[in-house]
Write a protein that binds this ligand. Structure first.
Ligand code: AVI
Length: 327
């Protein structure tokens, strides 16, 4: 296991909080939801009955893992972007080992601690597994791996699961896929988990569960600013709302100020005024139609080789590759 140092994100956090809370329409980036407590709360969101994506994706992966393993004649290298707890990846790892005997797994994540934890668990579970974890941003990590390809030319299966693509604006998702594409070779595959467009009622429940875990996850960002930036947010003075914009095909997540209030953020030497009902945007989660997935893949220079869904078109695993040369 090799992993770089934990990246120092504090200066960026400070700057983003200042820019976001001083903006005309207040916003905070969803990247900052995942501190230690936030990551634990996210794991709990994945267990909530209303939050269907994790369960459906695990079911699909379990079903298709042998087919994924059969894509390769020689043992591939499995790369995972943003592996987190790597819970669902286990299913793919198991099938790849069953078919190819051994496996090199290369998770890329910005959190060194998450990598260490998940890698240790996997190594204990699978003696045939070798893990080379990389603490880095995705594209930089993939680029570092592609530089090593001279030494190990094995084909890649790059997994980007959990519908993380949904947290990018549509144009940013295309840009990001294009950057990934530039790191891939003709024998490589990219497997992307995508959440499909569906009824507003299902989506709004998934993003505002009955038990209040998603609400706590969002409000944790206020507590994080209190802990790390000496801010004085009262989490009870904000309410959480998730609304689905059918036209844009995205769930929008906001915290709304319950009353007019002024909040001090000591580390920034800043006082922020909130009007009663004023919203702070925290996250978007874009949903896709089959046509939108095709168009996105094409605009990024990929071809959809195959896709699998849960049987009701609620969640889809999409297998992308470089377009085959026309004869
Ligand atoms: C990580 N990401 C794919 C989640 C989603 O479904 O957009 C984040 C999330 N936010 C609230 N619930 C889940």
């Amino acid at each position: 296991l090799t992993a770089g140092p934990e990246l120092d994100t504090r200066p960026e956090f400070l700057e983003d909080v200042r820019a976001g809370l001083c903006a005309e329409r207040k916003r905070l980036s969803c990247r900052y939801l995942y501190d230690e407590r936030g990551s634990k709360l996210f794991e709990r969101i994945c267990e909530q009955p209303e939050y269907y994506p994790t369960r459906l994706e695990a079911e699909i992966l379990e079903r298709i893992a042998p087919e994924l393993a059969a894509l390769f004649d020689e043992p591939p290298r499995l790369v995972e972007l943003g592996s987190g707890s790597a819970e669902k990846t286990r299913l793919v790892i198991e099938a790849l080992i069953a078919r190819h005997g051994s496996l090199l797994f290369e998770p890329i994540d910005i959190s060194r601690s998450a990598l260490e934890l998940s890698s240790q668990g996997l190594l204990e579970e699978f003696p045939e597994l070798e893990v080379h974890a990389i603490a880095s941003e995705y594209v930089a990590g993939l680029h570092a791996l592609s530089e090593e390809c001279e030494i190990s030319p094995a084909p890649w299966l790059v997994a980007w699961l959990g519908s993380s693509i949904g947290n990018f604006h549509r144009t940013a998702a295309a840009d990001f896929l294009r950057r990934l594409r530039n790191e891939l070779r003709p024998a490589d595959f990219l497997l992307v988990g995508v959440d499909m467009r569906k009824d507003a009622s299902v989506l709004e429940a998934a993003y505002d569960d009955e038990a209040g875990v998603t609400r706590a996850f969002m409000k944790n960002l206020l507590l994080r600013m209190n802990r790390e930036l000496g801010a004085e947010f009262d989490p009870d003075a904000f309410r959480y709302e998730a609304t689905y914009d059918e036209e844009l095909g995205r769930v929008e997540m906001h915290l709304l100020s319950e009353r007019a209030q002024r909040v001090l953020i000591t580390s920034l030497g800043l006082e922020v005024d909130f009007a009663a009902g004023e919203a702070v945007h925290l996250e978007n989660s874009y949903k896709y139609s089959g046509e939108e997935i095709e168009a996105l893949a094409k605009s990024a220079g990929f071809e959809v080789r195959r896709h699998w869904d849960d049987g009701e078109d609620r969640f889809r695993e999409v297998l992308l590759a470089l377009p085959k040369e026309s004869p």
